[in-house]
Every structure is written in structure tokens, then in C-alpha cells.
Design a protein around this ligand. Structure first.
Ligand SMILES: [Mg+2]
Length: 249
């Protein structure tokens, strides 16, 4: 039976005089301890430049206009206020307006996903990554499934830990991170978390996870310049994964 880290490729033989050496799968040395690879979904597994999120943003604006009876400018202000103050717009709407989360999520996620493309490089990189792979998102599982199908990652992850699983206490609430670890028996010291929203990496780092910021142009909260909790920065997670999987010989 092939060892899991060989990914079906078999051992590679290295030249070494009369002796034969077999090399373990190569991973950047400082990441050899990572067993659990945790990924945000939106604007992390697909680029912000795909402009999918503006479609959701527009749906959120419409929802708030109908809910409150205000114009688009006021709806946008409320939406962003809640997003920055409560972690998600939904959390703010639930707290301030007792909005039903299922109703809201079904409405805002009712968008066309044609702008997303299959990402072969990312599919390949994830397949080579040794260990457990999970999604940790402030969206919901149904929507995550549609996204993953579209970009070719529907078989790449063990599970999606979503907004419902957090009990509507989403990232960056520290309880959300603890809940994820408890749900899947993850040791944060052997886990790495990848996100486009820098502030969501801070609680991950605080409990001992390694952190990767996907700096691909996502909107960051105002007055939010602290990056001290970020271990790695990349513009493209697929390329970063291939980089760390390169031979270190
Ligand atoms: Mg995101």
C-alpha cells in the first residue's frame, strides 16, 4: 500500500554512491510540522479580481434596502458598518434587526458563478499537500459547495466549517476558531490558516496556528494596518502551495 505522502508517485531514488536513499516528500522545512491546512473560501480560493464578491455585496445592499426601507447609499453604509463592527454583515443584521440567517444567506448567495474559473494549479497543489484540508468560512456550506464545484475543488476538502457551525459567531470571534479545532480535533500548533482578510488571521495566530495572508486586493477594514500576526504573504495561494512543496535539495 503506498504511503500517503507519496501521493501515488512512488519514492524517488537519489544518487548516493552504493547506498540508496529515499527522500520524503519535500516541504519547506519550517512547515514540516503542519498536519492541518485550513482555508477561508471567498477571495482566498479564488482571486478577488474574479469580482464575485461585488455580486454578493450588491445583493446584501438590496436586502438591507428592502429590510429598512432606505436608499442604496444608506444601505451600503449600514452594510459596511455591520461588517466591520460584527465580523459579518449578517451578524449585525441578526443583532440589530433580528434577521433570519437562512433567509438572508439564501438571498445574498443567489448569484451567477460564471465569473469563476476552474483552477487546475490549485487543484494539483491541494492534491499534493500532505495532511488534512478543511474550509473555514463565514458563508454557508451550500454556497461553499457551489463555489468549490465551479473551481474544481469539490473533492479537495474533508469538511466545510461554516457560519452555522460557528453558531453565528463568525471569524474573527476567537470562539469560532476554538469551535473549529474542537469539532475536528485539530491541534493549532500543527495547523496553518489561509485568509484574504488579514484581521481574521490574528485569532488563529493567538492560539498557535501558522498564518498565510492572501493579499490579492480584498477590501480590508479601515485603520487596520497591524500585520504582526502574519507568517507568510502571497498574492496567489495555488502558487504559494506549489512553492512550499518544491524540493529543498
Ligand atoms: Mg475571504
Amino acid at each position: 500500500m503506498p504511503l500517503p505522502w507519496l501521493n501515488g508517485k512512488g519514492p524517488r531514488r537519489l544518487a548516493g554512491g552504493t547506498a540508496t536513499f529515499y527522500r520524503l516528500p519535500t516541504m519547506r522545512a519550517e512547515l514540516n510540522h503542519i498536519r492541518n491546512w485550513i482555508f477561508d473560501l471567498d477571495n482566498t480560493l479564488y482571486p478577488a479580481s474574479a469580482n464575485l464578491f461585488p455580486l454578493i455585496d450588491a445583493r446584501m445592499g438590496e436586502y438591507i434596502m428592502k429590510l429598512i426601507g432606505c436608499d442604496a447609499v444608506e444601505a451600503h453604509r449600514i452594510q459596511k458598518d455591520y461588517f466591520f463592527a460584527h465580523g459579518t454583515t449578517l451578524s449585525g443584521l441578526m443583532t440589530e434587526h433580528a434577521v433570519d440567517p437562512h433567509h438572508f444567506l439564501n438571498y445574498v448567495h443567489d448569484i451567477d458563478m460564471d465569473v469563476l474559473e476552474r483552477n487546475e494549479a490549485l487543484v494539483a497543489a491541494l492534491a499534493r499537500l500532505p495532511g488534512r484540508k478543511l474550509i473555514f468560512t463565514n458563508a454557508d456550506t451550500d454556497y461553499a459547495g457551489r463555489i468549490l464545484e465551479r473551481i474544481g475543488l469539490h473533492d479537495s476538502f474533508e469538511a466545510v466549517h461554516d457560519i452555522h457551525a460557528t453558531g453565528f459567531r463568525p471569524k474573527p470571534d476567537p470562539q469560532a476558531y476554538q469551535g473549529l479545532c474542537d469539532a475536528y480535533g485539530l491541534d493549532p500548533a500543527h495547523s496553518l490558516f489561509v485568509e484574504d482578510l488579514a484581521r481574521n488571521l490574528k485569532p488563529a495566530k493567538a492560539i498557535g496556528m501558522a498564518t498565510v495572508w492572501v493579499d490579492n486586493g480584498s477590501e480590508q477594514p479601515p485603520n487596520d494596518s497591524d500585520r504582526s500576526f502574519i507568517d507568510y504573504t502571497t498574492k496567489d495561494i495555488g502558487h504559494w502551495l506549489l512553492e512550499i512543496l518544491e524540493d529543498q535539495a
